[in-house]
Design a protein around this ligand. Structure first.
Ligand SMILES: [Zn+2]
Ligand SMILES: [Zn+2]
Length: 114
């Protein structure tokens, strides 16, 4: 199964084309494997190897489809307390519980302004 990662919250902070390890960072479509699932990225602050390590470390499991929720993806609450699901048409047909996006192993809530 191919999973397209939305890059909200996971975009490069600097203009450099290099990862912190010295390799070229991902600047065009690249596939990385997260928990056995192919995730396609178009952009990353890191190179392919570092991105793969990073996402495998910090992903969480979607309570609906069982695929990984990667850093940068929008999430909604799952049925059970403390669980999260992808915010997309497959997992969240009715997007009424937008929570935020997945960060480094934890939720980064959206800030609502009054
Ligand atoms: Zn790297
Ligand atoms: Zn899902």
């Amino acid at each position: 199964m191919k999973w397209i990662l939305s890059l909200l919250g996971f975009s490069p902070k600097s203009q450099s084309n290099l990862c912190s390890c010295g390799s070229k960072r991902i600047t065009k479509s690249a596939d990385v494997i997260v928990w056995g699932t192919v995730v396609t990225l178009t952009n990353s602050p890191q190179c392919k190897n570092c991105t793969e390590t990073f996402l495998n470390k910090w992903a969480t499991r979607c309570d609906k489809c069982g695929n990984p929720i990667c850093t940068g993806e929008a999430v909604a609450t799952g049925k059970h307390p403390g669980t999260y699901i992808h915010l997309n048409l497959c997992c969240t047909p009715v997007p009424d519980q937008i929570l935020g996006h997945w960060g480094e192993g934890k939720l980064v809530p959206y800030e609502y302004r009054k």
